[in-house]
Design a protein around this ligand. Sequence first.
Ligand code: SF4
Ligand code: FE
Length: 483
Amino acid sequence: MMIRTKEDYIKSLKELKHVVYYRGKKVEDVTAHPAFLPHINAAAKTYELALDPQYEELMTATSHLTGKKINRFTHIHQSREDLIKKVQMLRLISHETGSCFQRCVGFDAMNSMYSTSYEIDEKYGTPYHQRVKKFIEFIQENNFMVVGSMTDPKGDRSKGPSQQPDPDVFTHGVEKNDKGIVIRGAKAHQTGAINSHFMLIMPTQALRPEDKDFAIACAVPVNAPGVTMIFGRQTNEERKFDATGVDAGNPDYGLVGGEALVVLDNVFVPWEQVFMFGETEFAGTLVERFATLHRQNYGGCKGGLADIIVGASALAADYQGTSQASHVKDKLAEMTHLAETIYTGSIACSAMGHKTKAGNWEPDALLANTTKYNVSKNVYEVARLAHDVAGGIIATMPFDDDLKNPEVGKYVQKYLKGVADVSTEDRIRILRLIENMTGGTALAESMHGAGSPQAQKVMYMRLGNIEQKKKMAKKLAKIKENA
Ligand code: SF4
Ligand code: FE
């Protein structure tokens, strides 16, 4: 049955019965556990907003496979406009959730797999592209959520996949027969894994010919035998367990993407769900395309989060009577500049996108990398300025329990109050939202999500065409070409 509403989505997750651990305990129903609800609520927004007529243009698309109306998160980009709409959609959903809504990773995995499988088939006559199309059609028809599973744990970073003392630190094939393959390994930092329906597994990096066993791309249901998910810890996550208090910051939605370590212990994958097996030279292509598509996003989603932080900082200033100070106005203007700068990058790489051989569209890689690199700096700067505007109080406020305590509550009320017409509770709520959105886990996601800054630097050296730039400089300086 096609998932349409939030209720359908939650019901579908209940039925999965996949193996999930939280704080050392197995979780029977992820939809009934307070650790997962904020992430489920955030991902559910990708379903809810698609039903709202005012967002139809951004949240839905027409499938090029079936001609039917589909959720944009299952779409294969058919134009530059599709790429731009994706970025606009992400900023919109960030405004609604104030957190990562996770569904973009699988979206990007499907798009990168679509073009790469076409090119593998072109070279080897393999049947991958047809299988990918079939899988995507199935995802579109059911409106499933897919987790893009790329990052392997990688063990000793000085060694390649086939040189590791424990080969399982890179996901690899351990068996193959006429029915399919068996894979073993793990995928780390898996955004949205516990509330997705399928994993789209991809290699984690470019591979050498000797790494054949590691060149695997395939689709695996999250409840396949052998899949175990271990949920990651986040900054202050348990504050959300009491959503009625003032401590939670953003009580209804996630902080980051609800990341999990996903173990693949001898998981069987039928051939129809295998999209790459041994074609090592295409691993790098797939990784780069996925990275480009995911780096494209960050000015949209993090730009949207920065908007909320700007708004929260402006409110904090209003609530404590500092909003007319010229330095506060200057900081809010600077924060706005930083947010719009990253958004500009996402729009630019989309506008400069191109058509792949398979016919779908992808963003400009150099500009997408630039966007993500700027995000890894600008979001920290937005957070720094938010802390500056809000004041040291974000680091010292008492608990919600103190506010409610009959003995000391009156003191918290009295001494944490700012301007007369705003309640102490509301002041604490907005300060906690700033704390929530600018704390450890949230910032680290801007740094390392979609690849760490060094990965973008590598791409600058590859795509930046420095030789061409040397030529331009020589010409102007009147230095002979072979000098
Ligand atoms: Fe989507 Fe942004 Fe979350 Fe990545 S970090 S899954 S792009 S919301
Ligand atoms: Fe991310």
